[in-house]
Each structure stands twice: as structure tokens, then as C-alpha cells.
Design a protein. Structure first.
Length: 235
């Protein structure tokens, strides 16, 4: 089963909240599988941002996101005439990014608050807010012609690189590395501000690929259904 076997769904009133709810349900089942495989670093949800195990759990998810985006770039080359392959990998990355955010203790509404700050955004819902804020946020304009042209491999690669840079800066707020003997508390507000910037960078990948708000919601919804099927079938 893949996303082509799942029909699209009409956009709900608050797509971002819906995605967070679906991911919370999905992750609860996956955590049991990871625990059975002996690979669950900590079962705390959210994790303790000041503990080495909690931080390592988040960094594990940071790599999962990165791996999916690497696969997306590979799909862009191998399946240039089949954009659905790239899109599905982006949907996988979104699953892990949402779970990273939930594990970090940030809900959908809180995420939008961190992204917008004091700025008033005149849109219909939180999902639209992500895209509006991402369109007006500057990127590395000296090396990157934003959205010109869509799905150009070089532009996608730079957008992914910019995202990984942002994700790395977020994870660098978590200082309790496995080899450290002195533990440090996390500056939580600074960490959350970096996480908000990482979300902006992710949406900019989608904009660069021509993935709209409705496209991204349906990519998540359809891949979520695939993942639920895989859980039931013990894939």
C-alpha cells in the first residue's frame, strides 16, 4: 500500500491541529514497537529537554527528518518525471518533524505563536499562517533564486540544505551530548525560537517544490493512512 491507494480528503477547519492529533495517535503505537525492538531511548512525551536521554531522542528524530529529505532529493533525480515520489518523501519528513515538535513539548497553536511572535497574520487558520510566514521570510538570496524555477534540483537542494542548517541550530541548543560529563540546562525559549525557524525552512522546501497548503495536508493525510495500515499489517 502507498499514498496512491488513499483518496485525498477535504481540508478540515484547522489542518495543523488535525495533523498534530493524527501524529500523536500514530506515535503512541510506534513507540510500543520501538520499545519492543529495544530502540526506545525514553518513553517520556514530551521529553525532558534538560536530560541527555530526552535530547538524544530529539536528535534521533532530527536524523530521521534529514534522511527522508535526502531520499526526496534522490527521488527528484531518479524519478524526475514522477514528482509523487519526491512528494511522498516530503510527507515522511513532515511526520517526523511533527513528532519532533510534539516530543519537544510544543503543540500546534504554540508553534504558530512562536512563528508569528507579535506579528498579526490575516489568514483563516494556523496552517495558512505557516505558508504566509514562510513566503515572506528571506532565505540565502545571494545563492538562491527563491521559487525560480519550481522543482529545479539545485533550488531544492539549497532549500533542503537551509532546512538542515536550521535543524542543526535547533539541536545545537541541546548541549548534553553522550560524551559530556557536565550536564547543562537547555535555554528552552531559545530552543523553541530555533524550532519555529526550522518549521519555516521546511515549508520553504514545499513552496520551492510547488507543494501548496492543500497538497501538503493531503500528502500528510494519505501517508498517515499508509502508516496506520502498515502498523495493522505488522509491516
Amino acid at each position: 500500500m502507498n499514498i496512491n491507494d488513499v483518496e485525498s480528503q477535504n481540508r478540515p477547519d484547522n489542518p495543523l491541529a488535525d495533523i498534530f492529533e493524527r501524529q500523536t495517535e500514530l506515535m503512541q503505537k510506534y513507540h510500543k514497537i520501538e520499545e519492543a525492538n529495544g530502540l526506545l531511548i525514553t518513553d517520556q512525551v514530551p521529553v525532558n529537554l534538560h536530560s541527555s536521554k530526552g535530547q538524544q531522542r530529539l536528535k534521533d528524530f532530527a536524523w530521521r527528518i534529514t534522511e527522508e529529505l535526502g531520499e526526496a532529493l534522490e527521488a527528484r533525480i531518479i524519478h524526475e518525471d514522477m514528482p509523487a515520489h519526491f512528494d511522498e518523501e516530503v510527507a515522511d519528513a513532515l511526520h517526523f518533524l511533527v513528532e519532533f515538535t510534539i516530543l519537544a513539548g510544543v503543540g500546534s497553536g504554540e508553534l504558530v505563536d512562536w512563528i508569528t511572535g507579535e506579528e498579526a497574520v490575516n489568514v483563516t487558520d494556523d496552517w495558512a499562517t505557516l505558508f504566509v510566514c514562510s513566503k515572506v521570510t528571506p532565505m540565502h538570496t545571494d545563492v538562491y533564486a527563491f521559487r525560480d524555477p519550481l522543482r529545479q534540483y539545485g533550488n531544492l537542494a539549497v532549500a533542503v540544505g537551509s532546512f538542515i542548517e536550521s535543524l542543526a541550530k535547533t539541536c545545537n541548543c541541546l548541549k548534553n551530548k553522550p560524551w559530556k560529563q557536565t550536564q547543562m540546562k537547555t535555554d528552552v525559549d531559545y530552543f523553541y525560537s530555533k524550532l519555529a525557524a526550522t518549521w519555516i525552512s521546511f515549508i520553504q522546501i514545499c513552496i520551492t517544490a510547488g507543494i501548496t497548503e492543500d497538497d501538503l495536508y493531503n500528502l500528510y493525510f494519505r501517508k498517515n493512512a499508509v502508516n496506520q495500515f502498515r502498523q495493522r499489517s505488522k509491516y
